[in-house]
Design a binder for this molecule. Structure first.
Ligand SMILES: Nc1ncnc2c1ncn2[C@@H]1O[C@H](COP(=O)(O)OP(=O)(O)O)[C@@H](O)[C@H]1O
Ligand SMILES: [Mg+2]
Length: 296
């Protein structure tokens, strides 16, 4: 027998989408995701980090990226796939404004980082918040320690000493899965490391300043299968703290690491969706042909 009335249901009418209360919103500096709440399992993406609205990139007359709109979310790996020359690298480099270093390149559309137009940000600050790892590992010709400390020193107004930097360097190397291999030789030249270790060092350097977004352009294409597996596992672990965009030529890799997959063809974003959709139930004929290997 019910003796008590349930509490009345209050219907709250809203005319705008819900907003996040200031106490919960991630800090602008981008140290967002170290709290427990921001950890995500596969398929549970967090808030939108970057928003691309009608993004186009021209090299002279050639439109390499055509009106692409996409969301990049915390806790999610977005894999960009498509045949060579379809605009993957161009799209990636545009996100942290590297494309503007190319003479003759022009951009249209809007890119937002946490709601702010990237054009309104100071470019080096942007590149710390949206860090990039390239196809060829490119450690600086200095020690392992100094490679990781470099970005931290650059970011800081005072020159932090080694005792201040050491724990931060260690943390970045641990998160990049390299600490155990290098902890006894931090002052050795980075260029003496193997290719796979160099790439993880570059990842450590990129994540040392706690970026919100990590861009990776075919980060494993110069590596052996074992190093590739290590880096793929690392991407899975890093995902909880970051938004990751990875360009890959390798469809198996896109499937292994991608939560979302974007398929590009001749500058167009043909299809975007969960990895399972793109690989198992693609909507567009061109995606179907590409993932089945009809063309490459
Ligand atoms: N620096 C550049 N100057 C002129 N054209 C370029 C430049 N970089 C790329 N392109 C052209 O833009 C298109 C997309 O290239 P890219 O973004 O490198 O594709 P992907 O990474 O998918 O192979 C291609 O037609 C390529 O020739
Ligand atoms: Mg490329």
């Amino acid at each position: 027998m019910i003796t008590e009335q349930p509490p009345p249901i209050r219907k709250i009418l809203v005319d705008a989408p819900p907003t996040v209360a200031p106490g919960i919103a991630p800090p602008a500096g981008g140290h967002a995701a170290t709290s427990g709440a921001a950890h995500h399992r596969r398929g549970e993406a967090g808030p939108e980090r970057m928003t691309l609205q009608g993004l186009s990139v021209f090299y002279g007359e050639n439109e390499a990226v055509k009106q692409v709109s996409l969301s990049i979310r915390l806790g999610e790996v977005l894999a960009l796939i498509g045949p060579s020359g379809c605009g993957k690298t161009t799209l990636l480099r545009t996100l942290n404004r590297l494309t503007e270093l190319t003479a003759g390149a022009q951009r249209g559309g809007t890119i937002l980082l946490d709601g702010t137009d990237v054009d309104a940000l100071e470019v080096t600050a942007l590149r710390r918040r949206v860090a990039m790892v390239f196809q060829q590992p490119n450690p600086f010709p200095m020690s392992i320690f100094d490679n990781v400390a470099y970005a931290l020193r650059e970011q800081s107004r005072k020159r932090p000493g080694r005792s201040v930097l050491a724990p931060l360097v260690e943390d970045a190397l641990r998160r990049a899965g390299l600490w155990d291999e290098v902890k006894d030789k931090l002052d050795a030249p980075a260029l003496r490391l193997s290719g796979g270790q160099q790439q993880r060092l570059c990842i450590a350097r990129a994540i040392a300043t706690r970026p919100e977004v990590l861009l990776m352009d075919e980060p494993c294409s110069a590596l052996d299968p074992r190093s590739t597996a290590v880096i793929e596992q690392l991407i899975g672990e890093l995902r909880s703290d970051l938004a990751i965009v990875i360009v890959t030529h390798n469809m198996q890799q896109a499937r292994r690491v991608g939560d979302k997959v974007a398929f590009m063809y001749l500058g167009d974003l043909v299809e975007y969706g969960p990895a399972e959709q793109i690989f198992d139930a693609p909507q567009a004929q061109r995606t179907r042909d590409y993932v089945r290997g009809v063309f490459g």
